[in-house]
Design a binder for this molecule. Sequence first.
Ligand SMILES: *Cc1c(COP(=O)(O)O)cnc(C)c1O
Length: 464
Amino acid sequence: MTMLQPRVDLTLDPTVWPRTAGRVGGVLAIGGVDVRDLALEYGTPAYVLDEDDFRERCRQWRVAFRAGAADGDVYYAGKSFLCVAVARWVAAEGLSLDVCTGGELAVAERAGFPADRILFHGNNKSVEELRRAVTTGVGRVVLDSFEELARLAFIAEAAGVRQRVLIRVTPGVEAHTHSYVATGQEDQKFGFSLAAGAAAEAVRRVLALPSLELVGLHCHIGSQIFDTSGFRLAAHRMVGLLAEVRAEHGVELPELNLGGGLGIAYTSEDAPLPVEEVADRLRAVVTAECATAGLAVPRLGVEPGRAVSGPTTVTLYEVGTVKELPGLRTYVSVDGGMSDNIRTALYDAHYTAVLASRTSTAPPRVVTVCGKHCESGDIVVHDVALAADLAPGDLLAVPASGAYHRSMASNYNHVPRPPVIAVRNGQARVLVRRETEDDLLRLDAAGLDTAELDTEDLDTEDEA
Ligand SMILES: *Cc1c(COP(=O)(O)O)cnc(C)c1O
């Protein structure tokens, strides 16, 4: 077992917890709502989303990147978490929206999201998805392959539309958590390679197609990034390509989208960069590179997902069992697990948790918080210090669960997916309701007819 300094955290680290989270009389409250009331009303597990925090983060990004003004666009990456209410908040706060499937586009449409502020990603958009993007009037389609380029040109032409597009470029920069590797990055399914000349060829082809309007270039170097060196190297190379495009075609492309990927704090060990600092550094690099190349500074686009939605949400669980394995480890089982948080099992991600429904004077001990699924890798939090008197019925809260939790949730073991509850000013409301067993069974084509349930043959064989 990793030796952590056992320490029960009564103060909530503001980089990890939603802005309005705090202890009231020892009990965790978010958005002014006591978590015990939330558990009673909506059950557990539940995702509790701090609406003010979400909207404030949208505003911070909008201001930092001057979105809506002449020189910037912030596209919220819907894949991190999207529902109709969230799409409306994003629109109301002046952000644009990045979708990457027909399903995400359907949510945006239901929300009434302005189509010209939607950008459509994906390395294998179907013909149906491309048609829908064109007929909906999606502002930008990000081209990811030569096949798609031809398909979209054909669809747009047939619809009598000139579709605005960006070309997704693989700039040869792979940003991982703290470092980037300058060679392995070409080997991936997304985009057109810069080094191999595919990006330049894509530009040639798009410029030759009257039904496509090339408005710029796009790149996305990775996720959960904590420094700007990868972004700066990518910006450098992308401006280089903009300069090549002008040299070859006499065209200055007006937009440069540098993607998403800014990291957040899952535990106090993580130190995310303030968005203002990221914006300043990126703008400085792009401005300097453009000055050197003699290019006008393009409109800068970014696509934050995790950095907007991640820190806004806390997952509430109820403790069911506490199993002590002497000399080994203590397992605290909660009523959810890998179906509502796949990140721990998938990426060995680190989280923290607190006893939320009360405080305790019991000494802390390091435990493993695990889920209820039939898989030993079903861990929610590795090694966290919790009060030694933790008992069934206690509520645990896991912060930083707003991005890639609900959106990646599954029905593994036929577990209905938890609801998303927005809290604000002492009020709670359901954004996405809890799934029911009926929801799950509705997809089962066998229905209610039990005619197939005929055991007579079995009985006969047994007797024979
Ligand atoms: C996933 C993704 C994002 C968002 O990434 P975050 O790490 O959540 O900020 C943005 N753009 C593209 C193209 C992506 O694939």
